[in-house]
Design a protein around this ligand. Structure first.
Ligand SMILES: Cc1cc2nc3c(=O)[nH]c(=O)nc-3n(C[C@H](O)[C@H](O)[C@H](O)COP(=O)(O)O)c2cc1C
Length: 146
């Protein structure tokens, strides 16, 4: 099994914490993982991986934030055929479109021919103890799904 790539963005650290928990779950699940901030990753790098997890907080009115937008544009049109994906977001339920970034990212993956193999997780702000279990489980289940 090849390494799994996690690409995430985080302004105040919530999504980064989730990404680290997902990473732990992947390692517990027996796979290797590379976790990168979206600002440090080259768009074409995604083509080197068969399994990728994208994570973003949600901004505006259910949108992906600017720092993820460049990456989102750059991966547009890349061929994701045969690649397996899952998505997570941190958000705030006081907004109308809770964790809307998930839908936007899942849509891009599917338009590019990628396969979503695991239901997304949407976390309220900073992950609490229950969320930590969910995040690690998400990582483990992703390993089982690929
Ligand atoms: C201006 C602004 C707009 C936001 N819009 C949404 C939104 O539409 N939906 C949502 O679920 N959360 C929204 N949020 C909440 C953030 O996604 C949430 O605070 C998240 O935990 C931040 O993650 P981070 O710590 O990784 O930056 C918004 C926050 C701000 C400041």
């Amino acid at each position: 099994m090849g390494k799994i790539l996690i690409v995430y963005c985080s302004m105040t650290g919530n999504t980064e914490t989730i990404a680290k928990m997902v990473e732990e779950g992947i390692i517990e699940g027996g796979s290797e993982v590379v976790r990168k901030d979206v600002l440090e990753v080259d768009a074409n790098e995604i083509l080197d991986y068969e399994a990728v997890i994208l994570g973003s907080y949600t901004w505006g009115e259910g949108e992906i934030p600017d720092e993820f937008l460049d990456y989102y544009d750059e991966i547009n049109g890349l061929d994701f055929t045969g690649k397996k994906f899952a998505v997570f977001s941190s958000g705030d339920t006081s907004y109308d479109n809770f964790c809307g970034a998930v839908d936007i990212l899942e849509n891009r993956i599917e338009v590019n021919g990628g396969q979503i193999v695991l239901k997304s997780i949407k976390i309220e702000q900073y992950p609490n103890e229950d969320d930590e279990v969910r995040c690690k489980e998400f990582g483990k289940r992703f390993v089982e799904s690929i």
